[in-house]
Ligand binder design. Sequence first.
Ligand code: C2E
Ligand code: MG
Ligand code: MG
Length: 743
Amino acid sequence: MHEKRNDSASSGTVPLEGAEVPTKLEWLHALIERSRDLMAVTDPEGRILFINRAGRSLLGLDAEVEIGDLWLSDFFEADGRSLFSQIIKPTLSQNGLWESDSYMVKPRQGEAIPAALNVALLACEDFRSPCDIIWTIRDHRIRRELSRQIEQRVREHRVVAELARQAQSIRWLDLLRNAVGAVANTLDVELVVVAQPIEGSDKLHLVARHDLVALNMNVINGGAKSQAGYAMVSGQPVITLDIDLETRFDTSGARRCGMTSGMAVPILENGQPHGALSLHSLTRRKFTEDDVIFLEAVASVLSSAQKRIAVERELRHMSLHDPLTGLANRALALDRIQHGLTTLKSKNDNDLMAVLLLDLDNFKSVNDSLGHDNGDRVLVDLVPRLHSAVHDGDTVSRLGGDEFLIACDHIRSPFQAIDLANRLRQSWNEPFLVDERSVFLSGSIGITIARSGSQATELVREADTAMYRAKNTGLGGMEMYEPTMGEASWDRFRVATDLHTAIEQNQLWLAYQPIFELSTGKIASIEALCRWDHPVEGPIAPNVFIKLAEDTGQIGYLGFWVLETACREARIWQKINPEIKLRVNVSALQIKDEAFVGDVKGILQRTGFPARMLGLEVTEGVILKSGDIAGSTITQLRELGVEILIDDYGTGYSSLSYLVRFSEMSALKIDSDFIRLAVEKRYEAIICSIVNLGHTLGMEVVAEGVETQEQLECVRNSGCDYAQGNLLGRPVKVQEIRQQLQI
Ligand code: C2E
Ligand code: MG
Ligand code: MG
């Protein structure tokens, strides 16, 4: 075998096609025939004896052309024959070799081609004796094409590396935009898009596009109705040479844009196609395997960036959301509130922000009786109900356990916050079904309205304070935050409070504040307001100690003392002006006490104060919350001739529609906070509508807390009947009231 090969190789002949040849000759034959360079053998004069396939093609010689009479030098652009005879041949006879790197070879048809020539004598023992010549001519265009291809690959690698670097840091959409731009530049095409499926539709959304053809569309057809869709559903790269001849998918969209060729690859997500990177060119282009590899590399950068973004988003979501309900957690809620506060400030319009804290009542017993899993299910079921109560843009968040926070930054008045709370309360109108058992829930809501300079954490604390207060007034309650709630350190007093002793030691006393009739400017009634001068703590605000009295079960005793003292002291001014009425505040718990009517009767009898001159002020919530007992107490008091007034209207449960229920009330006192806010924000119209409604229902309307001339003008213009406030007369001791009346 070895011998044979040596023999054949040294025979000096070139194998002919079809001949039975040893293996080594087959190799040589293949090498020569498959070479991209021209390879030829000529006789000593340059007449062609053999030329390979690449040579025929370079010189434009068809297979049929006989080469017997052809001189290779005739194919040189300049005077080839004299080059051969004067330069090549003498050099060959000296060195056996002649080379030139820049010569022009002219094929039979067409332009001259830059080429490199390598010429050698076939047998080299004796250069002088004539012998055959072997020629190798390399078409420089091939080299150029090769180096162009290499440069292109390098460019593509750079693009992919740069996109991969960007994928670590920049925003997803920016990455997509850069990717389509880079693909368009690198492959020199007119249209590149990233298409992603639109959920619930068979269309694709063009999430990024680079178009030099003014595509003007963001949505294209999916599936077999577009190149991108086809790449996506097939999960394979697609190359289209001529879209007019394409049959695998609909090309009408691309045709409308004047496109000719195209290519697309799927973008994979966890191995599944979840989009496509698709491009088109206006001119006919033969996209190659290498182009596909480049496009796939870009698609894979995009898909790994997408994965990273999804993981990051997931982590971020987890750090800002409650895992059970998916709601925003405390951190995100605080952030949104703070953001809302900043926006409100910069908008400078009349919008307010309300923060509501909702705590479920006795939720522990749900967990204890049904198990924590079922407790969790109730919490999850509550979420859509809460969402249906709020408006778009409101934030519903879970602070933990059974506490939810609702922030709303586009309300126009505190009424709307209260309406929102009422809607939230409807969330538990229907029972929750757990294991075919009905679970009844209720919640207590604290509300606060942002003031200028409010901070998110402070608002949450205020709503929390109000919520605790709501809890204390009974289940399912709601309270609006009042600044005084947070001021006193509650617990300090809670234990030590002994109002019995306070009363015995004369630490309590009543202040009296006049209420003026606006039409005459005269005092029409006087409200008794309880005061506590604590020997150690100093004066304690009634909002604080009344609450304490309610919490510690002493309100009955305190209320009794207040009513009796007020009726007795009022007798003093009765003598001066018998038409001036007395107003006394009563707590919800007093109204709920069945003995209350008897107590009032007894006090009236003992003090001799006429029932028709007494008015009891109750906060509106009392009437709504307390049900039958309160209803019948109020009816019996009315029968005695005692008037009932709704106090602090506008801060509690009120909504205009609720007023209709208060038919037995003789007057409505609009809360001072509400008056202040209404005047500040120019909501006179709201005051007018409350006054009108009150009048329609046969009630007189009193404005509380009038502090400025502007407020006085406003309440007067709104048609209020009475006004009370520091501008007109502060709460004073009984002797002072008496002096004022005598003037
Ligand atoms: P209220 O019944 O709405 O009383 C009016 C409150 O507004 C009083 O606060 C009064 O001092 C205050 N006020 C009057 N004019 C102005 C003004 O121009 N500007 C401002 N900012 N405030 C003004 P006070 O005395 O601190 O009482 C607070 C609340 O405590 C009362 O609100 C009432 O709900 C309750 N309260 C007071 N005394 C009693 C009582 O004897 N029994 C019960 N159950 N509650 C009482
Ligand atoms: Mg009052
Ligand atoms: Mg009031």
